[in-house]
Write a protein that binds this ligand. Structure first.
Ligand code: NAI
Length: 332
């Protein structure tokens, strides 16, 4: 069987890192046929919409996609196509496994934490207005049903992936209603999973705890903004933005993508690290049940990283994107 997968190359370094990922998956014999559709700035500058209808239609049909980063211009122009994509397809779980990699220098060597971020609500409502000159109100939209939905996803995930404990993150002391509901929904759903340890911690405690000893956590469940920030913090624990994969998942559709953005400062130079999108591609293969091919590629990546001879600049090496990709394909 061949899987048809929606491929959104993305902006900036997106084309370079998704291109490298496709080369590796194809070299490993992944049974994937790409349906390539531009979005973001690339589509906007070509006269289209940042989030073209064709992207939505293709993802609804294929149910699986892989996506490069999309640029959100600062100031006016268009609002984030990333946020719009997650909301319109109800990709409500941002799933980011953060794992130490061989040969990648970082403060810790044994990190294994999963960050689960609620993707559709909170301060990403985009609803803000100036009540009186100089006084701005921004709405943090939170519903109990959305909190329950991601809590159930988190518990199902923990059960199916052998994770033992989920920590829900909050700031209830200052946001008793919004954050209180998120925590309450977590505990309510948790009653159905008494075999999984459950606890709660404030966002400030978690930030300090991650910097001191990341492995005191197993799975972290966070609202949108907290999850966005903590994902990047966690990337810093294992070698930076170039190495952390992710996915945005709903009940029927999953879009795999790196945590990093379009990196305009290095775009077009052919030096970006494609690892984060490649590892997202491996998450995609696992998700489809193609675990053998995913494991083969993972081994090849691990070998290249362990040898340390062909690493990109962000990992302290001198290789460019193509050389790093070739090294992995050679191992395959
Ligand atoms: P960024 O992640 O693009 O870049 C931050 C720094 O990390 C830069 O110095 C960049 O060169 C470096 N970096 C990122 N990925 C790298 C890689 N694969 N290899 C080597 N170095 C890498 O974050 P920034 O600059 O805040 O955002 C740029 C644009 O990306 C913005 O328009 C932002 O909205 C968008 N963005 C899109 C995301 C998505 O599509 N999921 C996620 C985050 C940002």
């Amino acid at each position: 069987m061949t899987y048809r997968v929606t491929l959104i190359p993305g902006d900036g370094i997106g084309v370079e890192v998704t291109g490298a990922t496709c080369r590796v998956l194809e070299a490993a014999g992944a049974p994937v046929e790409w349906e390539t559709i531009p979005a973001g700035m690339t589509s906007f500058e070509a006269g289209g919409k940042p989030l073209p209808d064709a992207v939505i239609t293709s993802l609804k049909r294929n149910r699986i996609g892989i996506k490069g980063p999309l640029t959100t211009p600062k100031g006016r122009g268009f609002s984030s196509a990333n946020v719009a994509l997650r909301k319109s397809l109800q990709l409500y779980t941002g799933w980011r496994p953060v794992v130490s990699l061989p040969g990648v220098k970082s403060r810790f060597s044994d990190v294994d934490v999963v960050v689960l971020r609620e993707n559709t609500q909170g301060l990403y409502s985009g609803i803000e207005h100036e009540v009186t000159p100089g006084t701005i109100v921004t709405l943090k939209v939170s519903s109990y049903s959305a909190a329950e939905r991601i809590a159930r996803w988190a518990f199902d995930y923990a059960r199916n992936h052998g994770r033992r404990r989920i920590t829900v993150c909050h700031k209830k002391s200052v946001l008793p209603l919004a954050d209180g509901a998120f925590v309450e929904a977590f505990h309510r759903v948790g009653q159905d999973f008494p075999f999984i340890e459950q606890d709660e911690a404030t966002i400030d405690d978690i930030s300090m705890g991650l910097a001191a000893d990341p492995n005191q956590y197993d799975v972290l469940l966070l609202q949108n903004l907290y999850g966005d920030i903590i994902s990047d913090l966690c990337a810093g624990l294992v070698g930076g933005l170039g190495v952390v994969p992710g996915a945005n998942v709903g009940d029927r559709i999953a879009v795999f993508e790196a945590v990093h953005g379009s990196a305009p400062d290095i775009a077009g130079q052919g030096i970006a690290n494609p690892l984060a999108v490649m590892l997202s591609g491996l998450m995609m293969l696992d998700y489809m049940g193609e675990t053998k091919i995913a494991d083969n590629i993972r081994q090849a990546v691990w070998d290249v990283l362990t040898e340390g001879k062909t690493l990109t600049g962000d990992l302290g090496g001198k290789a460019n994107t193509a050389e790093f990709t070739d090294a992995i394909i050679d191992k395959l």
